[in-house]
Design a binder for this molecule. Structure first.
Ligand code: ATP
Ligand code: MG
Length: 209
């Protein structure tokens, strides 16, 4: 991509498993915003999900994201949160990435469901110091998000982009259910991810809902 400043997008998630929605969002954000790369940042411990269901090990989830992004230009798996260990907080990741990539512009990419819950994230107001926010529409989620508690730069819209994609009715939860019941709808996961899931017997039980 052109320009001297590196522009990096971050799409954080549990990726349990990664699906076509994640890849599509990353690709569309990259082209719409002229990003050099988009990192799919695999949460080590997704603290908001722990306790509500059984979460696949970080190593398996990272391996699946590596498989899903293989050969996709400008879209890469990141193990930064796994390497750091413990609970995964996006603010720590932004601080680390901005220290590592001096002068880079960071873009935090979130689906509309995640955007609606941003205020529950650790030190959420500080996130805007490090990154612009990119909100992607998600089917089944309202576009109307209460931004009243957002940090100024996001609330006034200067640090926010809205990315409209063709809605994709896909979620990791639905795919986990699909695998556990033997009904995986075709086309939502790459063949390599599905092969990995089968080889390691992920989602065979019913505790992954
Ligand atoms: P789960 O059903 O387990 O919550 P998920 O499909 O929501 O899984 P996550 O790993 O939770 O996947 O999502 C990571 C990020 O990708 C979040 O910001 C989420 O909003 C976004 N995202 C996932 N799927 C879509 C989709 N189909 N459309 C738009 N955004 C999506
Ligand atoms: Mg989710």
């Amino acid at each position: 991509m052109s320009g001297l400043v590196t522009r990096i997008g971050l799409l954080g998630g549990t990726f349990d498993p990664p699906h076509i929605g994640h890849i599509r969002i990353a690709q569309e954000a990259r082209s719409a915003l002229g990003l050099d790369e988009v990192l799919l940042v695999v949460a080590n411990q997704p603290w908001q999900k722990v306790g509500s269901r059984s979460i696949t090990s970080a190593e398996h989830r990272l391996a699946m994201v590596c498989a899903a992004t293989e050969g996709i230009e400008g879209v890469h798996a990141s193990s930064i949160e796994i390497d750091r260990g413990g609970d995964s907080y996006t603010i720590d990741t932004l601080e680390e990435l901005s220290a590592r990539n001096d002068g880079a512009e960071l873009f935090l990419i979130v689906g509309a469901d995640a955007a609606a819950g941003l205020e529950t994230w650790r030190r959420f107001v500080d996130l805007a110091q490090y990154a612009d926010l990119v909100v992607v529409n998600r089917s089944g989620t309202s576009r109307d998000i209460d931004t009243s508690t957002w940090p100024d730069r996001w609330r006034d819209g200067t640090g926010v982009r809205h990315l409209e994609i063709e809605p994709l009715q896909v979620s990791s939860s639905a795919l986990r259910r699909g695998v556990s019941t033997g009904l995986v709808p075709p086309g939502f996961m790459s063949d390599s991810v599905l092969a990995y899931v089968r080889e390691h017997h992920l989602y065979d039980g019913d505790s992954h809902e």
